[in-house]
Design a protein around this ligand. Structure first.
Ligand code: SMG
Ligand code: MG
Length: 370
């Protein structure tokens, strides 16, 4: 198929409540979407980068630039464009995995729509629903935290993840355990600690957490391995895992015993499947992470999370966890603690033009012949 059009959309979508992590407080999702036309069949991609380079080196303005100046032109001159070869075509360009992932996702959506195949079937998914976990931001107080967690448990979420940072770790975890008992519970530090905090992090062991996610910096694989020897709670990596190769290295080093898979972070849903395959070969459980996606990205994440190696509950929450108004016509809903895997072709969800227009800051057609 030929790339006959590509459009970038910049959105600002208000969040239902502020989302605070160890590195930022977000009040809205600043978001980049990619819309492609392949032989005039539309496809949508969602870029998981944020407005600022705080979670990852990538950020929205840089992703837009690299898509406009390098990635889209490379596909436009490639002749036949197929999802399975997009990553190969973009290999000469170093890094920029989130931008590449968004473009590959849009191509996947368009291609699968032309053949009437759902993304889940293309990826090899085996489940029709996936369990739904929720990520709880850092709260202004312990009482606010308990109220927030209570609300999510009422909604039916089957696993709770607490964001932690130095000064907000033992106390919130203890409070949630005391109040809610033995619920499936894990924590995410987003790189906020150093190896010097090993003894402190070991104090979390008594709470029986499922895992500690990304305690140390992205590049600290050896240090994560050292930390893993000093704490009993399983170490899970998120930011560090940028490819299937890195996942294999991290596992071999003993840097993690669980992996969070985010398609955007590893360069696309096809590389995400390879990460899943590598982890499965090593017997390492994986779960699907989230990047405050709209219904587009959430639909794709749920398809990925339905692969057989996703044995832990992911941050696959409903649209309503972050957004009062999603940009898709059928927002993803939680039912009995699960989200249904979309069954329609491609992503299996449709953009609602009015909802999209209401949050769109700008749209730009990209030149295809530069
Ligand atoms: O989409 O449910 C979601 C968000 C889950 O906590 C979440 N994501 O490090 O795992 C993570 C964070 C990254 C985004 S924080 C701005
Ligand atoms: Mg994380």
């Amino acid at each position: 198929m030929k790339l006959t059009g590509a459009e970038l959309l910049h959105l600002r979508v208000p969040l239902v409540a502020p989302f605070q992590t160890s590195f930022s407080t977000q009040l809205e999702r600043d978001l980049l979407l990619v819309r492609v036309l392949l032989d005039d069949q539309e496809g949508w991609g969602e870029c998981v980068s944020m407005a600022d380079p705080l979670y990852s080196p990538e950020f929205n303005a840089a992703a837009a630039l690299v898509l406009r100046d390098f990635l889209v032109p490379a596909l436009a001159t490639a002749g036949d464009v197929r999802a399975g070869t997009v990553a190969h075509r973009l290999t000469p360009f170093k890094g920029h995995r989130m931008a590449k992932a968004a473009l590959e996702m849009a191509v996947l959506d368009a291609e699968l729509r032309t053949v009437g195949m759902p993304l889940s079937a293309y990826l090899g998914s085996v489940h029709t629903t996936v369990p739904s976990g929720v990520s709880v931001g850092i709260q202004p107080s312990i009482s606010a935290l308990l109220e927030t967690v209570d609300g999510y448990l009422d909604d039916g979420y089957v696993r709770i993840k607490l964001k932690i940072k130095p000064g907000w770790d033992l106390e919130p975890v203890r409070a949630v355990r005391e109040r809610f008992g033995n619920i499936p519970l894990q924590v995410d530090a987003n790189t906020a600690y150093t190896l010097a905090d090993a003894r402190h992090l070991a104090l979390l062991d008594e709470f029986g957490l499922l895992l500690i996610e990304q305690p140390l910096e992205d590049e600290d694989l050896t240090q994560h391995a050292e930390l893993a020897r000093r704490v009993a709670t399983p170490i899970c990596l998120d930011e560090s895992i940028t490819s299937a190769k890195v996942a294999a290295d991290a596992i071999r080093l003993g840097a993690c015993s669980v992996v969070n898979i985010k398609a955007g972070r590893v360069g696309g849903y096809l590389e995400a499947r390879r990460v899943h395959d590598v982890c499965a070969a090593y017997g390492v459980p994986v779960w699907c992470g989230g990047m405050l996606e709209t219904g587009l990205g959430r639909a794709a994440n749920v398809a990925l999370a339905a692969l057989p190696g996703f044995t832990l509950t992911g941050d696959t929450s409903a649209s309503g966890r972050f957004y009062r108004q999603d940009i898709v016509t059928e927002p993803l809903r939680i039912q009995d603690g699960h989200i249904a895997v979309p069954t329609g072709p491609g992503l299996g969800v449709e953009v609602d033009p009015d909802a999209l227009a209401a949050v769109t800051v700008s749209r730009e057609w990209l030149p295809l012949d530069t």
